[in-house]
Design a protein around this ligand. Sequence first.
Ligand SMILES: Nc1ncnc2c1ncn2[C@@H]1O[C@H](COP(=O)(O)OP(=O)(O)OP(=O)(O)O)[C@@H](O)[C@H]1O
Ligand SMILES: [Mg+2]
Length: 344
Amino acid sequence: MTNDVLAKQLAGLPVKLLHHLARKRVPRHFRMGKNRLIQTLLALSPDQQAEIETSLASLLQEPARSPDLPKPPDTPSRPSPPRHNVPAEPAPAISTKELFEGIGVPPQRPFKPDDWQQEAINHLATNDVILSVPTGSGKTYVALEAMRRAIEAEQTIIYTSPLKALSNTKLTEFSQTFGSDQVGILTGDRRDNPQAPILIMTTEILRNLLYDAASGEIDMRLDTLGLIILDESQFLADRERGVVWEETIIFAPAQSRLLLLSASIGNPDEVAAWISSIRSTSCHLIHHRNRSVPLRAAYLDPSGKLAPFFRTRDIAHGKGVALHPETKRLFANYEDRTLGPRKR
Ligand SMILES: Nc1ncnc2c1ncn2[C@@H]1O[C@H](COP(=O)(O)OP(=O)(O)OP(=O)(O)O)[C@@H](O)[C@H]1O
Ligand SMILES: [Mg+2]
């Protein structure tokens, strides 16, 4: 078969059958668009091309096993047999304009806490609470409201974060909400207003303070400490630093309520069960995956071009994720530029 005839036959095939032919012959074929895939198949060695021609001939002779092949005009239609090897036809790809449609500032409406936010605040009156909810869903509101209630009850509050930068951001945020005289900070670099009722610190500093308090070395006014907020508490699972979160929870005073915030704890129910087993009150878990602001994914190529990452606007998960053809093309070009021509 000449290259032209083969090229014509390949061009008449659905792209999924081209991938079928490319399997084990063309590296990273699943990232290629139809035209590029055909060109790559045509550039294979003569032996591999002969194999392709044989596979193609058998596919064309066995339409029953290849339901996606175009049918000859006189073939009576028959019910499609179950599909095994060939993936389902992907959804039509969205345009970049469609990806950005509807993004903007939502209309103003009166603030009303979500049910899970209210539930968390109610439970904090008597229980420890883990808030394991997605990014941007409103954990801060729960933290601020719990802090406001603790201050009203003349209790002190410690807020910890794993990063000095986040601690500094929180100092600004809490000072705006509660007044700068109400907020202090203790990190490796800064020590401001340490007698304030709201103290921000890195989790390591809190753990060390609790160590010292346990050995009777310092008076930390632990008896008035009503609320400990551990932000980014997924650090509990960190190979090196996780022990700091673990010891902080173990040494936390019995009367202080713990509020653990995270968008990415993998096993929050196990963490809640563990905290309940070592503390005098039970730990209430609030866990949901509803995103108030849905995420959309785009691919920004180093050339400056932007394309939708997936064929659909929703973010795809799991096996057989369908990448956007433009993103595939841009990425394949990028690989060619940076890794050199593909081995064929
Ligand atoms: N019940 C609500 N209704 C409408 N908007 C809300 C509600 N709760 C919080 N928000 C708004 O949602 C935005 C994101 O909230 P917030 O910063 O608390 O998210 P977060 O869960 O702390 O996210 P991250 O994981 O990124 O820290 C804020 O602008 C906040 O004002
Ligand atoms: Mg937050």
